[in-house]
Design a protein around this ligand. Structure first.
Ligand code: ADP
Length: 411
């Protein structure tokens, strides 16, 4: 009987998931299906696609007459669907993306109540993500207490950074209390690092900057395919301008918002995480597709600032590396927006970047080189795959453990 793994990436009102076949322990994982639940807390909708991206399910989740359903009901509906489509598979474990592992969790770990309590302690450091990541684990644990769950951390990949890249220039006792630059999007960077040799060949182990440009956005400088610096820091707020997050900001602004404008801490938190970035500057949307489609001058300015910030941080990370041999674009904006890539590459010409505009525009869904043959810096688009990383980590943590039946009470 085939064992399967479920991967969960849980946000505030939506959950992305994927399932994988473990053909045999230690062998490659094959994706069975992927999907999402949107509208958790209101009127959740379950969508599932199969191996070839064919739609398998698209329906509202409802229980009796109450359509306002929270995470527990949403996960119950997901497990019900998975159980009905298990095709003889047993579920071995659930792997979760957990955004912050702090200093303590440098490796993926099987979650216990004690570990969950420790991870709660990092919630103030990632208010948009951590609580939702953990509430997914709790919801599944309450449905299936014996089902192994594994936490995989976005901070982990950056543990290799040198002290200078991680330190804040604050008094030592504050740094030693854990106030340091952790970096995020680590599961995405880890995946990209794992496939760099397939594409960049000799340059893979050289000086590479990866630009993960999604709703959240950051840059990671790699050498030897290890993280040496990141644009994100203590929280996922630092660095690049994002969909609704401000990115790098003079800390004096925060002091002024509170002492000068009398804003409360929760109000400042909401402003910086949810009302800034593309959304705040354009006044239209935090979604790049919508902002790109707008003719409004504020939308143009929002993209100007978005590009300017990437160019600035790219220069900073190239300085951390002592040069630049390759630039990789990934995630929703990095993989799909040719115009954004063109503008970033134009600003990076001084670093030796020469874009092949036809290749940039050509599109496609796989990894592709978009620099000219003569470019001193190789420029690539490589689709990320955080779910596969989580599945691989989960498999490694669970190796040797027994499987659980999808549908029995002992799942
Ligand atoms: P998340 O960080 O939530 O995983 P994604 O990696 O899916 O997000 O990225 C979402 C972002 O990608 C949104 O701003 C969306 O507008 C943008 N995006 C997706 N497709 C395109 C496209 N074709 N052109 C421009 N932006 C796009």
């Amino acid at each position: 009987m085939t064992q399967a793994l479920l991967v969960i990436n849980s946000g505030s009102s939506s959950v992305k998931f994927a399932t994988y076949d473990v053909v045999r322990p230690g062998s490659a994982l094959a994706r069975i299906a992927n999907g999402r639940i949107e509208g958790i807390g209101s009127h959740p909708r379950l969508q599932v696609w199969g191996q070839g991206n064919e739609p398998l399910e698209d329906r509202r989740i409802s229980v009796s007459n109450d359509p306002l359903l929270g995470p527990q009901e949403a996960f119950a509906a997901l497990f019900d669907w998975l159980g009905r489509h298990a095709a003889g598979r047993t579920l071995g474990a659930v792997g979760h993306r957990v955004v912050h592992g702090g200093e303590k969790f440098a490796r993926p770990v099987r979650v216990t109540p004690d570990i969950l309590a420790q991870l709660d302690g990092f919630t103030p450091l990632a208010p948009m993500h951590q609580a939702h990541n953990l509430s997914a684990i709790r919801a599944i644990a309450s449905l299936y207490p014996d089902l192994p769950q594994v936490a995989c951390f976005d901070t982990e990949f950056h543990a290799t950074q040198p002290w200078v890249a991680q330190a804040c220039a604050l008094p030592r006792q504050i740094t030693e209390a854990g106030v340091k630059r952790y970096g995020f999007h680590g599961l995405s960077y880890e995946y990209i690092a794992s496939v760099l040799p397939d594409h960049l060949r000799a340059v893979a182990n050289g000086r590479v900057v990866v630009a993960h440009l999604g709703n959240g956005a950051s840059l990671c400088a790699m050498q030897g395919r290890r993280s040496v610096a990141s644009s994100m820091g203590f929280t996922a707020l630092d660095g690049l301008m994002m969909g609704s997050r401000c990115g790098s900001l003079d800390p004096g602004v925060v002091l002024y918002l509170m002492s000068g404008l009398g804003m409360s801490v929760p109000a400042v938190e909401k402003l910086l995480y949810e009302q800034s970035g593309l959304l705040g500057v354009s006044g239209i949307s935090g979604d790049m597709r919508v902002v790109e489609a707008s003719e409004a001058p504020e939308a143009r300015q929002a993209i100007d600032l978005y590009v300017y910030r990437i160019a600035q941080h790219l220069g900073s990370l190239a300085a951390s590396l002592g040069g630049l041999q390759a630039l990789v674009f990934t995630a929703g904006i990095g993989e799909n927006s040719a115009s954004l890539r063109r503008r970033v590459c134009g600003d990076a010409a001084w670093l030796g970047v020469a874009l092949d505009e036809a290749a940039n525009q050509a599109g496609g869904s796989g990894a592709r080189c978009i620099s000219t043959a003569g470019s001193r810096v190789a420029v690539w688009v490589i689709p990320t795959n955080e779910e596969l990383m989580i599945a691989q980590h989960t498999q490694a943590v669970l190796q040797g453990r027994g499987a659980h039946d999808w549908r029995s009470g002992g799942l």
